[in-house]
Design a protein around this ligand. Structure first.
Ligand code: PDD
Length: 279
């Protein structure tokens, strides 16, 4: 069935949805995006996703002509018009369309597009865990902004894929292994979770926000601290989180088996806590 795509508040069938070749998202990666999960017709963490986009727009000086309520209504209308029950919704805001010039063109009006993403759940991976590899973090210094410029993430994910792994864990010189190419990263040792603190070096994941809330509710201690590759390899459990993967165990990293080579008890508790939240 053809999707309905929203461009600046207007809906178009997929085959008629068009955006200019001069859109700055296309030319410069000069834009922001969000991916949210729809569970039983409800957009999970919608308020948090919208707030992250608004703070990203402030950080990169994109003037927003849509209020948070306008953005919410657009996202909800896309979900409703496309009858998404369980799936993913994507929306993207760029600085707009203008003849190519690096500095902000005064004439540009932001472009907002929104549409459902094809989503294939992989419950078997959540059961047995995934493999990952450590890759150098080659991204810029505003990784807290969910920018459409994803080249560093794309190159790392492809390197992981070439090595037969499902995720690249990014190592930033001087900090350690800080997050995944499209996920937040956690290690567990002696019952304590460790995850990188929020800073300009990682994305403040919406799933991370809820995972840390669940950990607090379950009295699982959390330290927001950096950790290095050796601590990663020697962890009792490793897991990642993201909108599409939820809480995903990592059972092998490079040529090392993590813990017992299967999802550990803390990861299991968080997976169960997350399922409760979304069901
Ligand atoms: N990726 N870190 C990075 C670099 C990410 O790209 C993502 C999400 C996350 C997790 O954030 P959240 O919990 O809000 O999904 C962390 C999305 C899903 C993507 O690019 O498709």
């Amino acid at each position: 069935m053809s999707m309905l795509i929203c461009i600046n508040g207007q809906f178009y069938p997929e085959s008629e949805a068009q955006i200019s070749v001069y859109d700055r998202g296309f030319q410069f990666g000069d834009g922001l995006y969000e991916v949210a999960r729809v569970y039983s017709g409800q957009v999970f963490g919608l308020q948090e996703h919208l707030e992250r986009m608004i703070s990203g727009a402030k950080a990169i000086h994109i003037p927003l002509k849509w209020s948070i309520d306008d953005l919410r209504n657009i996202v909800l209308e896309v979900v409703q018009r496309n009858s998404i029950e369980d799936g993913l919704i994507y929306w993207q805001l760029t600085r707009g369309t203008a003849l190519r010039t690096h500095a902000f063109p005064p004439s540009a009006q932001p472009n907002l597009i929104a549409y459902p993403l094809v989503f294939t759940p992989h419950p078997e991976l959540a059961e047995k865990g995934i493999n990952a590899v450590v890759e150098p973090d080659q991204r810029w210094l505003m990784c807290n902004v969910k920018s459409t410029n994803l080249l560093g993430n794309v190159l790392a994910k492809e390197a992981a894929k070439q090595k037969g792994a499902q995720e690249a864990l990014l190592e930033r010189t001087g900090y350690g292994v800080i997050e995944g190419s499209s996920s937040n990263l956690y290690i567990v040792r002696d019952g304590t979770i460790r995850t990188a603190p929020l800073s300009n070096l990682i994305l403040p994941g919406i799933t991370r926000h809820f995972v840390l809330q669940i950990a607090e509710k379950l009295d699982i201690p959390v330290r927001k601290e950096y950790f290095d590759r050796t601590q990663l390899y020697n962890a009792h459990e490793v897991f990642i989180s993201s909108t599409s993967l939820e809480v995903m165990p990592v059972v092998q990293i490079d040529d090392r088996t993590i813990g017992a080579g299967k999802p550990g008890p803390i990861t299991r508790k968080l997976q169960a806590g997350f399922r409760q939240l979304v069901n």
